[in-house]
Design a protein around this ligand. Structure first.
Ligand code: ADP
Length: 161
């Protein structure tokens, strides 16, 4: 497993300014960052996986060492497939901790060669989530402060009723 390859996995339905902050900061530390969208058959999502990947790519066009991919199944299996040694996660509030703690322990048990690294959210994104963005946009609210400028139109148009 290569410790210079880091995977930031999630739903990104859609990408938010909080995700982008973690991507930028992660890409400044690890030589290669793979942003991986989870294909979850149990959760269809609002945006298709292809739409999410395209929005991520547009948001990160100025970051050279980031690539995009999608996966299904266990993250530890995907890590093996791409030879990545580090999982990157973002932590917002204490409420994220328990879930992340459980996942990190289980992942480490399944593959001790993979380490999970956490970045604390920047305070301005502490309350930001994809679900909050979807809800605000659905009711006609302005989400320009919450999503990257490159995806604002797509998010607004898709969610406006
Ligand atoms: P998941 O479905 O796995 O929660 P998300 O797309 O919501 O996927 O989030 C992926 C990762 O990004 C998680 O580690 C989550 O904690 C982190 N994250 C989400 N929103 C923020 C934010 N506003 N600030 C920092 N990290 C965040």
């Amino acid at each position: 497993m290569n410790p210079e390859i880091c995977v930031y996995a999630g739903s990104f339905d859609p990408v938010t300014s909080g995700h982008l902050d973690i991507i930028r900061r992660g890409a400044a530390v690890f030589p290669k960052l793979i942003v991986a969208v989870l294909r979850n058959p149990a959760k269809k999502g609002t945006f298709s996986v292809e739409e999410r990947l395209s929005m991520l790519a547009r948001s990160c066009s100025d970051i050279p060492n980031v690539v995009f991919d999608s996966f299904d199944g266990l993250l530890v299996d995907y890590m093996r497939k791409v030879d990545a040694g580090v999982i990157l996660r973002g932590l917002r509030a204490v409420s994220d901790f328990e879930n992340e703690f459980q996942m990190a322990q289980l992942n480490r048990q399944m593959n001790p060669q993979v380490e999970t690294f956490f970045l604390m959210t920047s305070p301005e994104h502490a309350y930001l989530s994809s679900s909050a963005v979807r809800e605000i946009a659905m009711f006609g609210g302005d989400v320009s402060g919450f999503v990257p400028a490159a995806v604002l139109d797509e998010v607004t148009q898709k969610l406006r009723k």
